[in-house]
Design a protein around this ligand. Structure first.
Ligand code: FES
Length: 119
């Protein structure tokens, strides 16, 4: 979350089923849209690690798993749930060195059946 921009249309509510996500283009930016129940989430589609396409990963609750190396981010605020799916020592070292980077998320609102993302 952060910069206050404009809310731009990113899709229709009926295009996104509960528990699914997809990549959309909003103002030339590739955005990950996800739906959990009747809540909608938006984030960069590109993993902060090495640009894995998060839309091709897995969504469980509000946690998305990157298809490339298994990092996990919570779509509520982009925080890192797990940085890389690596054995303990490597994870501990990257945590200690603060190598992990959170996912950029965007505010979302729904007007009628349109999903708007603040960019
Ligand atoms: S690119 Fe996503 S975990 Fe490496």
């Amino acid at each position: 979350m952060g910069n206050t921009g404009n809310f731009v249309p990113a899709g229709k509510t009926n295009e996104l089923e509960d528990g699914t996500m997809k990549a959309v283009l909003a103002q030339g930016r590739e955005i990950l849209l996800a739906r959990v129940g009747n809540n909608y989430y938006a984030a960069d589609n590109s993993c902060p690690h090495m640009g894995g396409k998060l839309s091709q990963g897995k969504l469980k609750g509000t946690v998305v798993t990157c298809p490339r190396h298994g990092s996990q981010f919570d779509l509520n605020d982009g925080r890192v749930v797990r940085w890389l799916k690596t054995p303990g020592l490597i994870s501990m070292v990257s945590k200690a060195l603060k190598l992990s980077r959170p996912l950029t998320t965007y505010r979302v609102k729904v007007e009628d059946d349109t999903i708007l993302v603040e960019i």
